[in-house]
Design a protein. Structure first.
Length: 240
């Protein structure tokens, strides 16, 4: 059986991502790599991260899900919503603009922001199309993979709204599982779940976001013939 390798919330930390793949001896011809979303924002190299994920999906049948930060970048480029713009900048979007646009600085005014958004729309439409096309969940025989979680209010979790797949937190964390399959999720840093950046093993669910872009670590959950192990790469960058 092939190994299943699960990684989430890379957030522009491309060096840590590549180092982690090397550390676990990722073999594209043998391993099943599943990425749980949030490739952009906060970290320094969002553009390179999206390019790398795109290459893995297109050439190696990697499964990549859509996270809330990925959706927010799509919405930023596709719309002119001031609400989206505010949320984008509030949650690490400046680093994404700097990654994609060489002319962006911390002292950016409204006109420069518009230029940056248009620059991405014109020059990186393939990235935006790619992020927009990513599924919200993936399912196999034993697992459900999702960026944020499943809303316990839904008997059939597939019927929950898109927002829940990308944003839900406490309501999911504190609920009893409504599925026999193990739910693998990111979005919530594991330090918020058990005071550690290591992978969190809960009842019927496993959280894997190690908070790499916050100077913590990038985690990988490995399933090999039903046995779960973990690997991680520390990030010494402090996020400033």
């Amino acid at each position: 059986m092939s190994r299943i390798l699960m990684i989430s919330d890379i957030h522009g930390c491309i060096e840590q991502f590549n180092d982690l793949l090397d550390a676990i001896h990722y073999n594209p011809s043998k391993d099943n790599l599943i990425l749980l979303g949030d490739y952009v924002d906060r970290g320094p190299r969002s553009k390179e991260t999206v390019e790398r994920v795109k290459e893995l999906v297109n050439n190696h049948n990697v499964i990549a899900l859509r996270g809330n930060h990925d959706q927010r970048l799509v919405d930023l480029v596709r719309t002119k919503s001031e609400t989206v713009q505010g949320k984008f900048l509030e949650h690490g979007g400046m680093q994404t603009l700097q990654s994609y646009c060489h002319f962006v600085s911390e002292n950016m005014d409204e006109e420069l922001f518009k230029q940056a958004r248009e620059y991405i729309r014109v020059n990186f439409s393939s990235h935006i199309d790619f992020l927009e096309s990513l599924p919200l969940y993936y399912e196999d025989l034993h697992h459900i993979y999702v960026h944020a979680g499943l809303n316990p209010k839904y008997i059939n979790w597939r019927e929950q709204i898109e927002y829940d797949f990308m944003y839900i937190k406490e309501e999911f964390h504190q609920s009893e599982p409504r599925t026999d399959k193990l739910v693998i999720f990111g979005h919530t840093r594991t330090i918020e779940l058990h005071d550690s950046s290591d992978i969190w093993f809960g009842r019927g669910k496993i959280g894997i976001d190690g908070g790499c872009a916050y100077g913590m670590q990038l985690n990988c959950l490995i399933c090999d013939e039903g046995i779960y192990t973990t690997a991680s790469i520390k990030n010494l960058w402090n996020g400033d």
